[in-house]
Design a protein around this ligand. Sequence first.
Ligand code: GLC
Length: 488
Amino acid sequence: MKPLTIVSVSAEVSPYSKSGGLGDVAAALPKHVAKFGHRVVIVTPFWGFMKRQDIPYKEIGGSDIRIGPDTYHLKFKHSRLRQNLDAYFLCNEEMFGRYQTRMYAHDNDALRFFVFDRGVPLLLKAINLIPDVIHCHDWHTGLIPNILKLELGHDPIAKAATVYTIHNLPFQMQGNWWMVPDDKVDEGRGPLPTTSSQVRWLNFTKRAIMYADAINTVSVRYAEEILTPEFGQGLDRLLRRRQKYVYGIINGIDYAVYNPQFDQHLWHKYDWNSLDRKMKNKRELQKLVGLEHRDDIPIIGLVHRLTEQKGFNLIREVLPVLMQLPLQMVIVGSGDRDYINFFHKMEKRFPKKIGIFTPFTEELGSRVYAGSDMFLMPSRYEPSGISQLISLRYGSIPIVHKTGGLSDTVEDFDPRSGHGTGFVFSRYTREDLLIAIVRALETFKYPQTWEHLTWQAMQESYSWDIPAEKYVQLYRRAILNHKRSQPE
Ligand code: GLC
């Protein structure tokens, strides 16, 4: 089959920009798709903090975007990531350039991404590229399928099929979708607004789901969950209506980056054949945090954004009980001030049992994955999740809520058969979380069983190879859907 040309559009792409898993996926997926011989072009905004990075760019012209009386001039820059993989940047000082730290949650988000989405087809025109597929990631890019389908019908660029990937469904627009006044709700059908003030209420995700040729999310389970009112974030009816076009593909991780054999941040590198060296990392971690030096007490690691999504409200509720049990805890992450303050308080009360590091750094993250015996991830919902995949590879046994990608990647351990890679609880309650943790603590008391479980976890493979192949199939499906939707 002929190789494809894909344009992958995302507000963040690691290593240029990253606020979470989206940045990882928007970098790793193109890289792996390109490995199969397809041409992949990355498009992303040029954020203020990127000026400080040491990246060689070439300027390649620009274009004006007019919205009512306002004009926004976009400059285009190019840089090459590797063979088959080009990156293009949309630059505008007011929209992106002046943002030195936080990319999102400003009071002009809608306008900024409206300008970005309008800019993408103009960039493609400027570089003379009509791809087979434009792959849009998350709400920031959600208007692109809309613009192609409803506005550029006769333009050659509209030959491109569109794929929209949902990484996190609650985020659909500027601010919270559930706080939009009734008379401002965007039904998604009308033409795109022509003045800046109307842009504010656009629901980018809704429009993407309506107009993309294929929609997917980042695990099979989450693709089923979002069809229900519980997880559908107000879009479940629309998603059910479009169900024929909704797919699920789990994320992978890059084992060249996340691998205890090569990880430069570790005190001692190791693999499943040298678990004694993992133990040495544990002792170093205990020293670093000031925990009691005990091999026989497990460390539970947490490397997350400290948010409600990641289950921190449940953790906070059970923490007093946990502090009575034979365990230690180390937390690394940035996030909500409330949770951070709470854990700092607990750290003062139980300095030999718990420690928190904030903000997140790669080095601390790696050290906690390597030094901990268990990894706690009781997310309320989890589209895919990456941390549990890293923890598996580092032999830190995941304790997870059975939801989304966690459910697709962690198999509950059955001590009788010896099958499984972690501890999974079904109901999102304190009791079920506690029971899962106690089951892990009990299993930890049997070193041979624990070692067997650790081996099993470390040998799981969630590389990008298989997901990347599935995305190529999804691209071909989108092209087919697109052809069928075209008037003859
Ligand atoms: C979002 C989701 C997470 C997913 C990531 C990348 O951050 O919360 O589950 O792994 O996107 O797809």
